[in-house]
Design a protein. Structure first.
Length: 71
């Protein structure tokens, strides 16, 4: 399952670090985080998607404390 989300990230470097962190989460097939558009695309296992999304937020906030995903 692939979904797109509006996000809040402060800089392009942070967006790249967040993207790498999210890609390393088990169950994530692909991820793209764009500072310019403030969007995130996430492809992950459908049956685990809600818990993977929570893991993404947790991992992103370790890099950028103000990172947010609009559900």
């Amino acid at each position: 399952m692939t979904k797109k989300f509006n996000i809040e990230v402060d800089c392009a470097t942070c967006a790249a670090k967040v993207e790498d962190a999210i890609r390393s989460i088990p169950g994530v097939k692909s991820a793209s985080v764009s500072f310019m558009t403030q969007k995130m695309s996430l492809e992950a296992d459908e049956e685990r998607f809600p818990s993977i999304l929570k893991d993404c937020l947790k991992a992103a906030r370790k890099i950028e404390p103000e990172f947010d995903i609009e559900f």
